[in-house]
Structure formats: structure tokens, C-alpha cells
Design a binder for this molecule. Structure first.
Ligand code: TNX
Length: 482
């Protein structure tokens, strides 16, 4: 960033224009800047162009603000969008001025994700649309939705209405809570809003474990211990139909099929499993789990999408190109193996990427051993030094995961997410050499002011206890005994 002299002043005649077909981006920016956007003007313009973008990476942009006008140079619509987001953040909203500046910006990682678990507790479409707005502010580009788990199934699937009629009942706090789920239309609206913000919605249907909501709805699919039965043909028919429906709603190139924490020992005594193992020449239930993983990854590939799974799937040696989410920070050898075997990887280690862990060591542990401070999120995941530089190229990016066993309200979701989300974003955009936590905290202040103005709850480092009580909607002082 290089400050320049002078400033650009927005007025009613200012037009956001493009000579590169970036019309979604001009419309979006004009709306955000509250411009009527009179269209083809040749001065007093904010121009989104491909000219002068030679040599810039896919999501990069160069922003030039002078008193005469604004130019955003970008090779892609995504870059033009990010240039617009930066411009909006530079605007002084009361004076309607933007200081003169030249900014050249490009993300460190292609995958900059945020996961919301809507199964353990449900978060509805309006909340997810707000999450997309935060993500757009911070130039994150993948919203991963954990749509099914033991507690509930949260996406309408036309062929299986009972999945949401009964499977969507309950949550982690109350197994009798009324059914809550995203309809097909809800999901389509979320996908469209995400697309306008250059965010892909990555759907996850967890299998063969974490499946109790589906198996209590269709007991014939159950394999015990919250698993699907990999010995039953009906299981494959069901899951493939579900995935086809999910892919029909979500155009994302990536489809996440879970694969984590499978209690496959439950299958040992199941007659259908034993038959399948004999047929396929498999010796252990672990081998059967691996063959299930290869099958489902293969099915997703056949449909022209890239399969994604939690790091347990590495043991199965799924097809090349399967995207691995490394979450077990205490198993660096699994990351090393995934990379050595050539898989692309997204870093989601619990330390520091799990936003269900509290922000400091004194907070209620929420049943977790770890806590993830703003500073460690900003530092980012630790990749063992022994991993060769060439293999590091396979790291596609990072993602923060908001598991919601203990997050039941929107105010608490906000509190657990903010401001760790902008810390994640800066870590995902800026290489290690360019980051400075003290400067980040300084630049964060206007965002905290914005949260206060908009009534958004957040973890306030200047008063953690109070911000927690407010987010939890607890009485202002602890109850006293008389
Ligand atoms: C592990 S991460 C899980 C989730 C839990 C989370 C809680 C992963 C693939 N599995 O089911 O919600 O820990 O932190």
C-alpha cells in the first residue's frame, strides 16, 4: 500500500463502470456505496477493468485512488470484487471521501474457508446470510456447511422427506426440539448470495459415522454406534441419491463427505457386513471403512466434483486429487502422509482453527482442553518444518471450524466468531513475513467499533468477562446469595 496525495469524493454522479464485463461486481459495489449508478460516464468514475492487470494472480487486484477517479485492475471478476471490498472499507462514510492510495493485493491461499455446523444447533438462512456478509468483508471464499450429524439432518432432500420431517428434530441441548432445516429454496438463496460474493458453498454430508440422525429416521441403514451400515446395498443407494440431490442444489466444485471418527468396530457382528467383507476379500472392519471411503470419493468424482474429507480418509488412499482437511493438530504425521502421497490439503487443525474452543485460558472450557486466542489464530496453523518446500505447494489454504455442540444462540455464535474471523482472513491473505499482530490489533479497532454500532456481539479483549456475559445473555452481575 502506498498512500498518495489528495482524495476522491463520491457524489450522486459517481458511476461504477466496467469495460471487462464485471457487471455483477459493479452492481454489487454501487449498491454497497449507495450510488444510483447513472452508468456510462467518462469522468467521476470507479472503473473495474482487466487492463493493466497483466501478471496479477487469479484473485489479485490493483486499486488506484486519485482525485480524478478510481481504477480497480483485476484479471478476474473475483479480483475486481476484492478491490471493491477494499475500496468500500477505505471510504469515510460521513464525508464520502476515499484517501488517495495505490494498493496491490493478492491472497496467500486459494482456500480461505469458514465452516458452520448447523446440525448440533441449527442456524437459519438469515444468520447464514449474515455470515456470508462477514466473509465478504474479510475476503474469505468458502462457506462449508456441516449439514448432517448425530443430532439432526438439516437439508431438505426431495426423495427422502422423512429426513427433515423427523431427522431434523432435536439438537445437542434438546433431543425433542422441533424440526429445523434449510429448505431447498433456502439453500438456493444462500448459494446465490454466496456466488455474488465470490464464495463457494461447500456442502458436507457426514458418512459413514456421525450419521445417527439419518439412521434413526431409516433404521434399515443403521450400522450401530451412529454409523451407516456399509454392508447394506440400501446404504449406497440412499447416500448416492442424497449426494446427487445436494450436488443439484449446490454447484460447488467440492463436495465434502465427512469420513471422521467412524466407530467401525460396531460392524464386527453385523451379518450384512460379514457377507460384504467375505465377498470383497476384506479382512478387517477398518478395511471395509476404507473401501467405503474410496467408493464414495469415486462416486463424487464420477459426478464431476472434487471429493473432500476429514483427514481419516488418508488411510483409505482415495483417488488422487481428493481434498484432505487436516484437523487433528496432534497428528502431524497424518498431514505429512497426506502431502507425501500427493493429496491437496486444507489446514483446519483444532489448534488454532476451531472456533468452538474458547478465546482464553480462563474461560469455561466448554468441555474442551484447548483454547484459541486471537493471537494464535493470527499466527496460523503450525506446519512441521520437516515437510519439504515442494509438498507445501499442495496446501490449498486454511479454514476455521465452528462446531456448535455448545453454541446454541446467534449472539454466542457471533461472540465465538468475531473478531477471530478477520484474524483468520489476514492470516489467509498475508504471508508470514508480512504479518504483525500489534499492527493487526490497531487496524482491527474500526471493525470493533462497527460491531458495537451494529449490535453484533464479539469477544472484547478489553473486557472478556463482560462481553461473554452479554453474548450469553446472562444477568449483568453474578447472582448473589442472601
Ligand atoms: C471433532 S473435527 C469433530 C466434530 C466435533 C469437534 C468438536 C471433526 C472432523 N470431528 O464432530 O464437533 O471435534 O471440536
Amino acid at each position: 500500500m502506498q498512500p498518495q496525495t489528495g482524495q476522491f469524493v463520491l457524489n450522486d454522479q459517481t458511476a461504477v463502470i466496467t469495460d471487462a464485463g464485471f457487471t455483477n461486481e459493479t452492481d454489487f459495489l454501487a449498491r454497497e456505496l449507495h450510488l444510483k449508478n447513472p452508468g456510462a460516464a467518462d469522468k467521476n468514475t470507479i472503473l473495474l477493468t482487466r487492463h493493466g492487470a497483466d501478471g496479477l494472480g487469479a484473485e489479485a487486484y490493483r486499486l488506484e485512488v486519485t482525485p480524478a477517479g478510481v481504477i480497480i485492475h483485476a484479471p478476474t471478476a473475483a479480483g475486481a470484487f476484492y478491490g471493491g471490498q477494499t475500496l468500500r472499507q477505505l471510504l469515510d462514510p460521513s464525508a464520502r471521501t476515499i484517501p488517495g492510495v495505490t494498493i496491490a493485493d493478492a491472497p496467500r491461499y486459494a482456500w480461505r474457508g469458514f465452516m458452520v455446523d448447523v446440525s448440533r444447533h441449527f442456524f437459519d438462512k438469515p444468520t447464514l446470510l449474515r455470515v456470508l456478509d462477514w466473509m465478504a468483508d474479510y475476503k474469505l471464499n468458502r462457506l462449508h456447511l456441516h449439514l448432517s450429524d448425530d443430532q439432526a439432518w438439516r437439508l431438505e432432500i426431495g426423495k427422502y422427506p422423512d429426513l427433515t420431517r423427523t431427522g431434523a428434530r432435536g439438537n445437542f441441548s434438546d433431543s425433542n426440539a422441533p424440526a429445523c432445516f434449510l429448505t431447498r429454496a433456502d439453500m438456493q438463496e444462500i448459494v446465490a448470495a454466496a456466488q455474488a460474493r465470490h464464495i463457494a458453498v461447500v456442502p458436507e454430508i457426514d458418512m459413514p459415522g456421525h450419521a445417527a440422525a439419518a439412521t434413526r429416521t431409516y433404521p434399515e441403514l443403521a450400522g450401530g454406534e451412529q454409523t451407516f451400515n456399509p454392508g447394506a446395498d440400501a446404504t449406497y443407494d440412499f447416500l448416492q441419491n442424497v449426494l446427487l440431490s445436494v450436488m443439484d442444489i449446490c454447484p460447488s466444485p467440492w463436495v465434502h463427505f465427512g469420513g471422521d471418527e467412524v466407530k467401525s468396530y460396531a460392524w464386527k457382528t453385523n451379518a450384512a457386513v460379514i457377507r460384504k467383507m467375505q465377498q470383497d476379500g476384506l479382512k478387517t472392519t477398518g478395511e471395509l471403512e476404507q473401501s467405503f471411503v474410496r467408493h464414495m470419493a469415486g462416486f463424487i468424482r464420477q459426478q464431476g466434483r472434487q471429493p473432500v474429507g476429514w483427514d481419516e480418509i488418508v488411510a483409505a488412499k482415495p483417488a488422487a486429487g481428493t481434498l484432505v482437511f487436516w484437523w487433528r493438530h496432534d497428528k502431524p504425521e497424518v498431514l505429512a502422509r497426506a502431502l507425501a502421497e500427493g493429496y491437496p490439503v486444507v489446514l483446519t487443525p483444532r489448534d488454532p482453527c476451531y472456533f468452538d474452543y474458547p478465546q482464553n485460558e480462563n474461560f469455561p472450557a466448554l468441555g474442551r482442553k484447548l483454547y484459541n486466542t486471537l493471537a494464535t489464530v493470527y499466527r496460523g496453523p503450525i506446519v512441521p518444518e520437516t515437510i519439504p518446500a515442494a509438498q507445501r505447494q499442495q496446501i490449498q489454504g486454511v479454514e476455521a471450524c465452528l462446531w456448535t455442540e455448545r453454541i446454541a444462540t446467534v449472539s454466542y455464535l457471533e461472540f465465538m466468531t468475531l473478531p477471530r474471523l478477520p484474524a483468520l482472513a489476514e492470516m489467509a491473505w498475508t504471508p508470514d513475513s508480512g504479518r504483525d499482530f500489534t499492527k493487526f490489533e490497531e487496524r482491527l479497532k474500526p471493525f470493533l467499533t462497527q460491531y458495537r454500532q451494529e449490535g453484533i456481539h464479539f469477544y472484547d479483549e478489553s473486557n472478556p468477562q463482560l462481553s461473554l456475559r452479554v453474548a450469553k445473555q446472562l444477568p449483568p452481575t453474578p447472582a448473589t446469595r442472601n
